[in-house]
Design a protein around this ligand. Structure first.
Ligand SMILES: Nc1nc2c(ncn2[C@@H]2O[C@H](COP(=O)(O)OP(=O)(O)OP(=O)(O)O)[C@@H](O)[C@H]2O)c(=O)[nH]1
Length: 624
């Protein structure tokens, strides 16, 4: 049963209870009133009859016809519609005139009590529902009035000479009362039925309206605001329907507006069949997370942190298990994996490895467009053939930075996860759109920083790099308990090159020299242009002895190298000073100074040689 019909049932039930109570009260009270009336009229009737009997008996006594009193009583009873009329003698009369007729002796307690008390008795025979009324009325001796009782009776004033017991039928009055009560009850019953019909008609618009409002509200709570309520009247119920409809219109309008705005934000077409409320709420909460994500990545320090955060979003927010994030080096046309399946710097897994060497093999990099391998799995030839055979699909989303593809997010799913990825795609794209400018800014910052630590002419690290990283180099050596050797290198008689061939040729020689250094060193060794034509090489995890070999190899390589300048072939030599940490000194800058002192010694000794620092070279023996 619906709540609205419950309302109707309640109202009808209440009316029914009221009507039944009223019928009962009216029925019973009308019966009681008629009974009361019948008792009163019977009382009056018997009083009158008693008086008539008294008068008749007195006259019979005076006329000496008292012997015929029995038949007289019968006639009087008939005339007065009495069922019974019986005269009883009191003790005084019996004493004066004898017992009299048998019927004249007291028949019951009431007779005796009335004679004794002199008080009349009136009552229904058989209780409240009796059909006969009985009156036993005493005849009191009195000298007053029109007849003096004491003239005939020897009795004191006020004594009951006798009494008369009369019974009269009140059955017809009882029947009349019941008929009246029944009539009233029937009338009220009819009135009740009419009231219920009327109430039902009155309640119907309320019931139907509330039923419709209830249904519409239930649908609205689930996000469907299409239901409208039919307005049935112009009263408050009709107004409720109208107000509800206006409210539903306003909500639908506003929500549609919000949904369209939100859909534009995530670059997707709103689905008119989708649940308005749920769709909007889901997208808005997704966008809130995107905004939080943006705030977080802006505070990240490196692009790597940003990529890892994207990876975490893919894993936790979208439940992606398999994906790759590639970073593209546009200048060199290379690309590299940053994250694979949530792990940083993992081996390439979901594409042919040759895309790393030639980024244009990657379709997303080449075209700058999203590559939708969910619909057509054979769209990109670089997708891993094993994954393809496993039935997996892919979606590759390029991240555009500085007008080109800076990175690519590749999502790999089994067939059953394709619909979920299609649904998630707009929001994933929203995340990547937010990440793009942040990655660009961070990349720019990183390259700016990188360039500020590099020498523009040779591409080697500069003196500023040394200033920034010397402490961490020492800390690293201490932590790993490894040695480190510093070399100071200086071209011999470089001034003459400048003077003879000009500065440009001098620059070219310096650049070539940088190439020779790098060719003879390990990846972990650091080559720094210390200033002018002076260079510094730091050999990590290398003691002075091994470093001497490296230094000599470099020196020999430079000596053997033909610098081709202005159509001529030029040979240059190099002097190298060398000092070791921690053997020569504990402080970095002191080791550096000692290397410089050794270089000076090499120059002094005739150039084109490697000199290892010895304490005699620093006669003061003091701290730097
Ligand atoms: N072309 C060019 N020359 C530079 C650069 N930096 C320093 N030089 C020159 O290198 C020369 C260094 O000369 P000096 O320090 O007198 O020493 P040297 O001629 O190399 O003789 P040594 O005593 O053997 O060092 C100077 O002429 C500088 O102008 C540079 O970046 N490019």
């Amino acid at each position: 049963m619906t709540s609205s019909s419950r309302l109707q049932t309640k109202a009808m039930g209440a009316l029914l209870v009221v009507m039944l109570t009223m019928m009962l009260v009216v029925g019973l009270s009308s019966m009681a009133l008629i009974r009361d009336f019948s008792v009163r009229s019977a009382t009056e009737h018997t009083r009158t009859a008693a008086e008539m009997i008294r008068v008749s008996l007195t006259e019979a006594m005076l006329n000496d016809t008292i012997d015929r009193r029995a038949s007289m009583l019968r006639r009087l009873a008939e005339v007065n519609s009495l069922n019974e009329a019986r005269v009883i003698r009191g003790e005084r009369v019996i004493a004066q005139h004898g017992e009299g007729l048998p019927m004249e002796t007291p028949a019951d307690d009431i007779d005796r009590q009335v004679l004794a008390s002199g008080e009349p008795y009136f009552g229904l025979v058989g209780g409240l529902f009796g059909e006969e009324f009985r009156a036993t009325i005493p005849y009191i001796a009195s000298s007053n009035g029109d007849i003096n009782c004491m003239a005939c009776h020897q009795a004191p004033e006020g004594v009951a000479l006798g009494a008369v017991t009369l019974t009269v039928s009140v059955g017809h009055m009882k029947t009349a009362g019941m008929v009246t009560a029944l009539f009233l009850v029937v009338i009220m019953g009819l009135f009740g039925v009419l009231s219920m019909v009327f109430l039902g008609r009155l309640l119907r618009p309320l019931v139907e309206t509330t039923q419709e409002v209830r249904k519409a509200a239930r649908l609205a709570s689930g996000g469907d605001f299409s239901q409208r309520v039919h307005s049935r009247s112009r009263d408050e119920i009709g107004q409720i329907a109208n107000h509800f409809n206006e409210m539903a219109d306003a909500i639908t309008h506003k929500l549609t507006e919000i949904r369209d705005h939100v859909a534009r934000l995530v670059n997707t077409a709103p689905d008119p069949r989708a649940n308005l409320l749920e769709e909007t709420a889901t997208t808005v909460s997704g966008l809130v997370k995107v905004a939080q994500f943006k705030q977080a990545i802006e505070e990240d320090q490196t692009t790597e942190e940003v990529f890892f955060r994207i990876s975490e979003v893919l894993r936790t927010e979208f439940g992606m298990a398999h994906f790759s994030i590639y970073q593209v080096d546009r200048d060199k046309r290379l690309m590299d994996t940053v994250v694979v399946d949530g792990v940083l710097h993992e081996e390439i897994r979901w594409c042919r490895p040759d895309i790393l060497e030639q980024s244009t093999i990657c379709r997303a990099v080449r075209t700058g467009h999203a590559i939708d391998g969910l619909e057509n799995r054979h769209l990109c030839r670089a997708f891993d053939s094993e994954a393809l055979a496993d039935g997996r699909s892919y979606l590759c989303l390029p991240i555009i930075q500085s007008g080109g593809v800076g990175s690519v997010v590749q999502l790999v799913v089994p067939p059953q996860n394709i619909p979920a990825l299609i649904r998630a795609r707009p929001l994933i794209s929203a995340y990547l759109r937010e990440a793009a400018p942040v990655l660009q800014a961070k990349g720019l910052m990183a390259s700016l920083r990188e360039s500020s630590l590099k020498d523009a002419m040779t591409g080697l690290r500069n003196r500023r790099f040394l200033e920034e990283y010397s402490d961490s180099l020492v800390a690293q050596c201490k932590r790993r308990q490894m040695p480190m050797t510093l070399m100071m290198l200086d071209l011999d008689y470089f001034k003459t090159v400048n003077d003879t061939y000009g500065h440009d040729v001098g620059d070219q020689i310096l650049r070539e020299l940088a190439g020779i250094f790098q060719a003879h060193l390990r990846e972990s060794d650091l080559v720094i242009r210390y200033g002018g034509e002076e260079f510094m090489i730091i050999l990590l995890d290398t003691g002075a002895e091994a470093a001497l070999d490296v230094a000599n190899k470099i020196r020999e390589a430079v000596q053997a190298h033909p610098f081709r300048v202005a159509g001529a072939e030029l040979h240059k030599t190099l002097s190298i000073g060398l000092a070791a940490y921690p053997d020569d000194a504990q402080a970095f800058w002191q080791v550096l100074k000692y290397a410089d002192v050794a270089l000076y010694a090499a120059k002094e000794n005739g150039r084109n040689q490697v000199v290892r620092f010895t304490p005699e070279m620093w006669p003061s023996g003091g701290e730097y």
